[in-house]
Design a protein around this ligand. Sequence first.
Ligand SMILES: NC(=O)c1ccc[n+]([C@@H]2O[C@H](COP(=O)([O-])OP(=O)(O)OC[C@H]3O[C@@H](n4cnc5c(N)ncnc54)[C@H](OP(=O)(O)O)[C@@H]3O)[C@@H](O)[C@H]2O)c1
Length: 330
Amino acid sequence: MQDRASRDPGAAVLAAAFRHALRLAAAAEGATAPNPTVGCVLLDESGRTLTAAAHPGAGQPHAEALAIRLARQAGLADRIATMVVSLEPCNHHGRTGPCSEAILSTPAREVWYALPDPNPTASGGAERLRKAGLAVRTLADLRHPDQAALMAEATRLLAPFACRVLRARPFITVKQALDVAGSMIPPPGQKTFTGPEALILAHQLRRRADAILTGSGTILADRAAFTVRHVPDIPGKSRILCILDRRGRVDAAYLAEARQRGFRPMIAGDPAQALHELAAQGCNEVLVEAGPTLLNSLREAGLWDEWVLIRQAPPGQGDRITITRNTRQA
Ligand SMILES: NC(=O)c1ccc[n+]([C@@H]2O[C@H](COP(=O)([O-])OP(=O)(O)OC[C@H]3O[C@@H](n4cnc5c(N)ncnc54)[C@H](OP(=O)(O)O)[C@@H]3O)[C@@H](O)[C@H]2O)c1
């Protein structure tokens, strides 16, 4: 039997539009909490891109509303035929109006979205659009060789938001660096022992994080700044610096310096409770930068989602970086 993909001239166009929407969403990673990162592409009848947009951040227009606004500003709104979105359009009055209504204010007849909205208060957009007579399909319906890769990308981009909404804790990325001998402890007088590539990665991970989680041992040993320096930071972003410190060993001067660097310090005693509180404060993603004591606690409790391991290589060779996903999260 002939595969539907080979008969459907729209599949390649839709796959390209999903790729575009996901690329836009990825560029906004770390900027949108407590909201998800979302990208949207508007196509005309012949599959040409009219406008595209990502949700810039909380309190600002959703990706669909922004793409529609751009189309209106460019005088292209009456040509909107298909909308391609990385997440199901919302159906609720939050800080902005429902995207389902914004879509119904256009001539769009077809909406494709990658994943359903995991947030029960915002979901229902697909149903609303179907009831209004639009053809609503998901990325799972797309018959294209890139479908699985696009789905994996969309799922990973949504993971921090989905984790906060469904598990009441942020997505937890752990960064761990080991020297050639397998130790996490830097030599006296040094704060790190990894190369430039790992340093850039560490700062990219900080950039996307809404909070940094660390232990008092790391603060006492390194007095780390935890700022984003080796890549451009998200303008205006303030992060929570959550320090596990049951014995109150972290001094007030360090906390005052952290505030001056733009952090909101938070002292906690129990990792699970601290993570719950970070989610309640709207953090989608936490980066753990801690020593072996806290990392062991988190590993034992299954409180991690992505473990980024940087192994120092012998001189002349690049560090080895591996990223492991936890399939049995707590
Ligand atoms: N290579 C790397 O990736 C890396 C990264 C960061 C740090 N480090 C190094 O790690 C060393 C510090 O190691 P560390 O193990 O002492 O640091 P840590 O894991 O950052 O801090 C440990 C402290 O956290 C507190 N804590 C509170 N609740 C905890 C819980 N449930 N589980 C575990 N700890 C909890 C404990 O103090 P209380 O009992 O007072 O609460 C504990 O002593 C430094 O030399 C630093 O340079 C290496």
